[in-house]
Design a protein around this ligand. Structure first.
Ligand code: HEM
Ligand code: HEM
Length: 143
């Protein structure tokens, strides 16, 4: 069960990070005066769903997996950069990233015109991507 969750949380970022990159560039590029189409809506929604699946699996892993909350009971875990990354930095920054992406989607849904929809999605998805890239455990992921 845990191994399955680890594989999912490790594989999904290839699709999710690509989706965030493609989506934010697409939305920013269209923000000038293009119409918001059914495809734009689908791109925004699929990216949001991938983000939320990553969040759900990450939350489960954090509490039942071998790298996460368990580290907080290790003496001096805050002084160890790897343990601090898994116990504190990854979850904290990813929660902010997921929140920004969700806010971008939500604001776009209620936005008064297409330009505001594109801007909300482009900016918030882009910020979410940058934050996510900043706290990925790269050594473990690409090893
Ligand atoms: C945009 C969101 C996220 C991305 C892109 C992401 C990406 C990753 C990546 C690439 C790894 C390394 C996997 C590996 O070692 O192969 C990882 C590990 C981990 N992530 Fe996330 N993550 C995200 C959100 C979260 C959230 C919200 C949580 C917790 C609430 C979380 C908890 C964890 C945990 C516990 C691990 C260690 C898993 C293990 O035992 O190997 N992640 N994450
Ligand atoms: C820890 C788990 C989750 C949390 C805390 C969460 C949170 C949220 C929040 C706050 C919204 C509202 C956004 C808005 O204002 O429109 C939302 C929307 C949504 N989430 Fe999640 N979510 C989670 C897991 C999931 C999962 C697992 C999926 C799909 C597999 C998912 C799919 C969606 C969809 C489709 C929407 C709404 C899109 C729309 O309004 O058109 N979420 N979620």
């Amino acid at each position: 069960m845990i191994t399955g969750l680890q594989h999912l949380h490790s594989f999904l970022p290839y699709i999710l990070l690509t989706a965030l990159l493609v989506a934010s560039i697409r939305f920013l590029a269209k923000a000038k005066n293009a119409p918001f189409t059914a495809t734009d809506k689908r791109v925004a929604l699929i990216t949001l769903i991938l983000t939320h699946i990553q969040l759900l699996v990450g939350l489960a892993l954090y509490f039942v997996g071998p790298r996460g909350f368990v580290y907080t009971s290790v003496e001096g875990f805050m002084k160890d950069s790897v343990m601090r990354l898994y116990a504190v930095e990854h979850i904290l920054v990813m929660l902010i990233a997921v929140t920004l992406i969700t806010i971008g989607y939500s604001r776009a849904k209620r936005a008064a015109n297409d330009q505001k929809k594109f801007r909300s999605l482009g900016i918030f998805y882009g910020l979410g991507l940058i934050l996510a890239l900043s706290r990925i455990p790269w050594d473990a992921w690409l090893a």
